[in-house]
Design a binder for this molecule. Structure first.
Ligand code: E4P
Length: 219
């Protein structure tokens, strides 16, 4: 399973990348706004920190505009940048064209299994169903991941399912059990996943006992 970080904050990316298990980064226009930095500059910096796919999103709404932006981003940014495209009819057409160009894509804002399947048919490298935003409406976001994974089982689909809009560790655990290929989550969720009180307690006990071993001259 791939672990992606969902942020445009380079300090957070450096922190999690230092753990050695970061597979990629997703950004979107809202995360770029939050960073307060120039879009291409910050994406290039992220791409230098993390070798994995870095999603940079197009902002045009028409197919020709998305294709033009995608090609420019691929030309001007490092090779590990992939193009994030909204799941609209225009986005499907742009995905098909960019895929034919050999450009990897991440089709985003996916809220149904049918949208995911159509994005896969267009050649998307990743599809991004948004779990948390579905939960926010009172429905169950994990049901969508289950529907997509069972659809994927029915066909020979190579597109990776990238579970997005993750709000807490339980989302990640459920994605692991359902076989989602990738999750993208905030740094807070990475930290929560690695934190366990019994690890802290056990380590404190070992350190205390080791100090006594050293004090006895037996280290
Ligand atoms: C995914 O690529 C999106 O950037 C992200 O997961 C959206 O999450 P949000 O619903 O917390 O904004």
């Amino acid at each position: 399973m791939e672990f992606f970080l969902d942020t445009a904050d380079v300090d957070e990316i450096r922190e999690i990348a230092a753990w050695g298990i970061l597979d990629g980064v997703t950004t979107n226009p809202s995360l770029i706004k939050k960073s307060g930095r120039d879009f291409k500059t910050v994406v290039a910096e992220i791409a230098a920190i993390c070798k994995g796919p870095i999603s940079a999103e197009v902002t045009a709404l028409d197919t020709a505009g998305m294709v033009e932006q995608g090609r420019i981003l691929k030309e001007e940014l490092p090779d590990n940048v992939i193009i994030k495209i909204p799941c609209t009819p225009e986005g499907l057409a742009a995905t098909k064209i960019l895929t034919a160009d050999g450009i990897n894509t991440n089709v985003t804002l996916v809220f149904s299994a049918a949208q995911a399947l159509m994005a896969a048919k267009a050649g998307a490298t990743y599809v991004s169903p948004f779990i948390g935003r579905i939960d926010d409406t009172g429905a169950d976001g994990m049901t969508l991941i289950a529907e997509i994974m069972s659809t994927w089982d029915n066909y020979n689909i190579k597109t990776k399912v990238l579970a997005a809009s993750i709000r807490h560790p339980t989302h990640v655990l459920a994605c692991m059990q359902m076989g989602a290929h990738t999750v993208t989550m905030p740094a807070k969720t990475f930290r929560q996943l690695m934190s366990h009180p019994l690890t802290d307690k056990g380590l404190a006990g070992f350190m205390k006992d080791w100090a006594e071993v050293e004090a006895a001259g037996n280290a």
